[in-house]
Ligand binder design. Structure first.
Ligand code: PMV
Length: 362
C-alpha cells in the first residue's frame, strides 16, 4: 500500500482510512433478471455466510486534479482489471458521491476463499467496497454509522453487483419489493428480524461442494440478460414472488419440509430457465446431478433435513441445520466428496454480517 496514503490524519477531509470484512451470501429465492439501474425483476432472499468474506482497506488523500484516481491491489498484487472495473463503478456514482473526485484512493482487497468455487466474490467484495465508501463519506461529512448508513451502503453495493446489497447485514436478508415483507424495496436489502426467524434457521450450515473450479462460464450481466424476452419470464417473476412469501412463512414457523421444497425448487428453476434461454446455457455437470441424487436418497432414507441450492454454476451448496452437522458432514465426507474436484469442499454457516476492521493492513 502506498505509504503516503497510510499516514492517518486528525482531519478526515485530508486523509483517512476505512476497512471492512464483508461476507458473501447464498440466495434461497434467486434474483434472476433485472431492469433499469440494477432493479431486480423479482424479490430474493439469502443467507449471509460467515467464513467466506472479503477484507477491504481503503485509504484516501486529498488531491487537486479532476477525475477518479485509484490504485487497487488484490491479494497483495496490483490488479489493473479490477482497478479499471472499480474506477468505472466509482465514476458511475459520482453524482451521489461527488467527493470521490477530490481524493486519491488506494484500495487493498483480499478474499478468505479461493477463486471460482461457487462462492460469490462479487457479493463480498462489492459490499465491502460500499461499506468502505460510506465510511469515508461519513468521516468526511461527520455522519453517524446508523441505519441510514447501512441502507446507503446496501444501495451502493446493489449498484455495483445486485446480490451484494444483501451482504451488508447478517442472517437472512431480502431484497426487492414484495407485499410479503414490510419494508422490502428495490433499492436496498432488508434483514429479517429475530422474531421473523425460527431458531432452527438462525444456525444453518452451508457446505459448498466444488464440482468444478473452472472460471464462470456466463457473466452475471449476460445471465440476467437471458431473462429479457425469455418465454417464461413473467411466470418466473410471479413464481419467485409466491416462493418468497411461502419461504418467509416456513422460516418464521421452523417449517423445514417446506423450506427444503422451496429452496430446491428455486435452485432448479434458475437452471431450468438458463437451459431454455436463448441462447441455451447448461451449467450443470454430471457430478452436480450425482450429488443432488445422492443427497435426495440420503434424505429419503434417513429423514435428515439436508437440501441443496445452486448458484449460476455447477457447484452445490448443501444446506442443513446445525443440530444435524455431525451426521450430515460425515455423509458429505464419505459419499459426496468423491464428486468434488480434488475432493475439495468448503464448510460455512449462516453469519453475523459485516465487521469493521480497526487495524491497518501490513
Ligand atoms: O448479483 P449478481 O448480478 O451477480 O447476480 C446474482 C445471481 C444469482 O447469484 C444467481 C442469484 C442471487 O440472487 O444471488
Amino acid at each position: 500500500m502506498n505509504q503516503t496514503l497510510k499516514q492517518n490524519s486528525e482531519n478526515p477531509t485530508l486523509t483517512g482510512t476505512a476497512a471492512w470484512r464483508c461476507p458473501s451470501n447464498i440466495a434461497l429465492v434467486k434474483y434472476w433478471g433485472k431492469k433499469g439501474r440494477q432493479i431486480p425483476a423479482n424479490p430474493s432472499i439469502s443467507f449471509t455466510l460467515q467464513d467466506a468474506h472479503t477484507d477491504m482497506h481503503l485509504a484516501w488523500k486529498a488531491k487537486n486534479t479532476p477525475g477518479i484516481d485509484l490504485e487497487f491491489t488484490f491479494e497483495g498484487q496490483l490488479n489493473y482489471k479490477f482497478q479499471e472495473k472499480i474506477a468505472k463503478f466509482l465514476e458511475s456514482i459520482m453524482l451521489e458521491m461527488p467527493f470521490l473526485e477530490q481524493y486519491s484512493l488506494n484500495i487493498a482487497s483480499r478474499n478468505s476463499f479461493p477463486h471460482s468455487t461457487g462462492i460469490a466474490s462479487s457479493a463480498s467484495s462489492m459490499s465491502a467496497l460500499a461499506m468502505c465508501l460510506c465510511t469515508m463519506e461519513a468521516a468526511i461529512e461527520g455522519l453517524p454509522q446508523d441505519e441510514a448508513f447501512y441502507q446507503r451502503a446496501s444501495h451502493f453495493a446493489r449498484l455495483a453487483s445486485g446480490s451484494a446489497c444483501r451482504s451488508v447485514y447478517g442472517g437472512l436478508v431480502a431484497w426487492g419489493k414484495t407485499e410479503a415483507l414490510e419494508g422490502s424495496n428495490n433499492e436496498y436489502g432488508v434483514a429479517l428480524t429475530e422474531a421473523q426467524i425460527h431458531p432452527t434457521f438462525r444456525k444453518y450450515k452451508d457446505a459448498v461442494l466444488i464440482v468444478s473450479r473452472t472460471e464462470k462460464e456466463v457473466s452475471s450481466r449476460a445471465g440476467h440478460a437471458l431473462m429479457d424476452g425469455h418465454p417464461y419470464a413473467e411466470a418466473r417473476y410471479a413464481d419467485a414472488e409466491v416462493n418468497l412469501a411461502a419461504l418467509l412463512q416456513a422460516i418464521g414457523n421452523g417449517d423445514v419440509t417446506n423450506f427444503i421444497r422451496l429452496v430446491e425448487h428455486e435452485a432448479l428453476s434458475l437452471h431450468a430457465l438458463m437451459m431454455v434461454s436463448n441462447p441455451s446455457v447448461v451449467l450443470f455437470k454430471p457430478n452436480t446431478w450425482e450429488i443432488i441424487n445422492r443427497l435426495r436418497t440420503f434424505r429419503q432414507e434417513t429423514g435428515y433435513n439436508i437440501c441443496f441450492t445452486l448458484d449460476a454454476g455447477p457447484n452445490v451448496h448443501v444446506l442443513y441445520p446445525e443440530a444435524e452437522s455431525g451426521i450430515v458432514e460425515r455423509f458429505i465426507r464419505e459419499e459426496l466428496v468423491v464428486y468434488c474436484e480434488g475432493n475439495y469442499w468448503i464448510a460455512d454457516r449462516v453469519g453475523s454480517g459485516p465487521l469493521k476492521l480497526e487495524h491497518e493492513e501490513g
